[in-house]
Design a protein around this ligand. Sequence first.
Ligand code: ADP
Ligand code: MG
Length: 698
Amino acid sequence: MSTVSDYFGSLVFDDRAMKASLPSSVYFSLKKTIDEGTNLDTEVANAVASAMKDWAVAHGATHFTHWFQPLTGVTAEKHDSFISPAPDGGVIMEFSGKELIKGEPDASSFPSGGLRATFEARGYTAWDPTSYAFIKDKTLCIPTAFCSYGGEALDKKTPLLRSMQALNKQAMRILRLFGNTEVKCVRTSVGPEQEYFLVDKDMFEKRKDLMFCGRTLFGAKPPKGQELDDHYFGVIKPRVAAYMADLNEELWKLGVLAKTEHNEVAPAQHELAPIYTTTNVATDHNQLTMEIMRKVASRHGLVCLLHEKPFAGVNGSGKHNNWSIATDTGVNLLTPGETPYENAQFLLFLCAVIKAVDDYQDLLRLSVATAGNDHRLGANEAPPAVVSMFLGDELTAVLEAIEADAPYSGTEKTVMKLGVHVLPKFTRDTTDRNRTSPFAFTGNKFEFRMVGSADSIACANIMLNAAVAESLKIYADRLEKAEDFETALHDMIKKTIKDHKRIIFNGNGYDDAWIQEATEKRGLLNLRTTPDALPRILEKKNVDMLTSLKIFTPAEIYSRYEITLENYCKTVNIEGQTMVDMARKEILPAVEAYARDLADTCTVKQTAAPGVSGRYEKKTIAKLSTLADEIDEATDALESALIKYKTVSDVTEAACMIRDVILQKMAELRVVCDEAETVTAEKYWPFPTYGELLFGVK
Ligand code: ADP
Ligand code: MG
């Protein structure tokens, strides 16, 4: 039996594989490209491609693909084999530098939001050497960016890389001001905790809602849900344990640092967290993780549900985006330091994040806006739709003291005056935890807890990196011009605290009183749904920031707005159609069949024993008939609303109609159907119930 360290990364063309297979001059050129973003010349590219191909073929690969992340939210790949005809009738395996660096998929059917007319099929993919190539299903997958011929980004990777670059540039300016000359670059790191549900595959296949929508659209509450809290961190059931073991092995081979696994709050809910890594790689790995999670589940007769809210009444799934900023020399810039001077630098980065989260709360909110996530945010199981920040008591006390020029009475009693030398020394508080905050400081990183489980983490990190880069840019502009650095620094930190402290909230984010305070007293935004949140991306302050940092062009922003809203509409429309279908073809016939059998029973009984009252049958039949009429009515109402929705061509208007009308009609239909489930005998019910789905995997 081989050990994990033997096979970890065995399917990745990683640094070890490169070193082993590339001539050292080629290896160093490639390394320089990876670390510093320099261009790769054709000769080097050819040598890398050839070594990559030999390595891949030796590992059983027959094809290669440019692996990219279009705006559909899932990854895309188009496979080409390595074969090339040889004069003797055989084939040789070939792969050129040109094929490595650039691809031209016929990509006309990917969403482009008007960026590229659909008849202009040419988009191109460009190799991202900062994310290692890997082998999946006998195919060498090359992580790539996806752009239009005009150079506009048609994917999630391109703006993510741009946002990392913007943050690097501004953070470097700050570090230089602090006298740091060694650091070559600054990168953000992410560790995304991924939640998911596992259900039995046979049961899954009996439910159209799960098959078409990934979530249940009907289902009465089972007698037992999550109220006993007996699933959270509970013993992992054998079938699930076997799944997790298999999943880990697959992920490890792909170089994904899967680390932590446990049961989550809801029955059938679990979590997997990797060890954090550079944001770009973490994003690719998270996409890969979701794909492998689904694939491995199927081998175990299971289905992995990544939807944010597969079941009403029990917790949904999110993805906690743990984020920090670090230098290439290994210093985490969000770690409080040992000396007051280090702490001044820490405080500046901390303030940059505080300012960023307050100034761009709308961008953070809309970066996680999807139809699925709307069910989760604000439902007292995940953060509210209001963005705020948790800093913990100690750090908050430090900031308050700085703002008031007052003595800080934390771990050390220090009176704070102007100048960095007297900024307080304090230690990192690791015990503080607040599970209800959308954006929590956890000692050396921030945990952005609003991201949905099915979503790519790219969008959230693009906005986060961009917003923080903008704060740092404003700081650097000011500090570079300052006559007295220390005074300017102190004043700026103080001003940030004063201007942005409204975003800091250490209390219970699930409390209704907080939402009231946040919106009424503090003026924070409460963007409850996707159609509420998304239009904010078009606000001038947001467009100005994102374009001035070169994260997006105005056209890219608009296309993303359209695509995301369209996706919201299409998602809910499919759900509505599925409900109509299930109500008409499955639920109503089941209710009718049961009522009819009851009627037959009643007649038979009364014939056999004249004078029998038939009270039970008659009462139940009456109830079922009323419910059937109500279901029929609600189905008609939903169907007419869906027909009307189809006539609306403006996407903003359509999204508002979905939010205000369609979702309402869907909820009304669900109520009567769920009630019918509680009245109908079990064997008549046409698909597995909540109880079976949630407790069915042993
Ligand atoms: P929790 O208590 O929220 O489960 P953990 O300490 O287990 O927190 O960490 C959760 C995630 O945070 C893991 O993916 C971990 O690798 C990641 N993480 C830890 N340190 C950092 C950091 N400096 N930057 C980014 N992510 C980090
Ligand atoms: Mg966490």
